[in-house]
Design a protein around this ligand. Structure first.
Ligand code: SF4
Ligand SMILES: [Zn+2]
Length: 95
């Protein structure tokens, strides 16, 4: 798997876990869909090659409002995944 593919998988997993827990939905709610779309779009347009993990990125291309959202999502979903013993998914947080 390439780094962008890994990043996409992590983003989808974390946002899905977060939405289910915080918004009680089976499918992603509109807000979380919006964040996921935004993040996938950033990923696609990432100017760095090779791409670092976003959390180690010197550019930080996200708008502040989205960066704040994704940070919250990664933190809350990360805690849930730790509690479920899914340490395999936590080799890094995104932000
Ligand atoms: S934050 Fe950095 S690594 Fe992540 S997508 Fe934007 S430019 Fe690329
Ligand atoms: Zn949601």
């Amino acid at each position: 798997m390439t780094q962008p593919e890994k990043d996409e998988k992590i983003l989808r997993t974390f946002i899905t876990v977060y939405c289910k827990k915080e918004h009680g939905t089976e499918e992603l709610c509109d807000d979380c869909c919006d964040v996921l779309d935004y993040a996938l779009n950033r990923l696609k347009k990432c100017p760095l090659d090779p791409k670092p993990m976003c959390k180690n990125c010197p550019v930080h291309c996200y708008k502040p409002e989205y960066r704040a959202k994704i940070k919250t999502i990664m933190k809350k979903a990360g805690i849930t995944l730790i509690l479920r013993g899914r340490l395999d998914l936590l080799w890094h947080y995104f932000f």
